[in-house]
Ligand binder design. Structure first.
Ligand SMILES: [Zn+2]
Length: 82
């Protein structure tokens, strides 16, 4: 199960919790005050994938409409054209 980051607006607590993929956009229960804490989308998750296409691939699912190959060709083209 993936680890997600949550932020409790009631007690300003940031915490991580494991959640099913189906529940990934549902709020979690704050371990401190038991109120609902919405999920935080951490930008660091995407930085690891690099080059900007990671975000698109991630949102459209793995290897579905991923533009990785096309973008890589474009980059090579740009480098050769210089
Ligand atoms: Zn809380």
């Amino acid at each position: 199960m993936p680890l997600y980051e949550y932020y409790c607006p009631t007690c300003k607590l940031k915490f991580e919790a494991l959640a099913d993929l189906a529940d990934h956009d549902k709020p979690a229960e704050c371990p401190n005050c038991s109120n609902e804490a919405p999920r935080v989308i951490s930008p660091t998750t995407f930085i690891l994938k690099g080059n900007g296409w990671g975000r698109d691939c991630y949102s459209s699912g793995p290897d579905k409409s991923c533009k990785r190959g096309a973008n890589k060709k474009d980059v090579e083209k740009a480098i050769k054209g210089k």
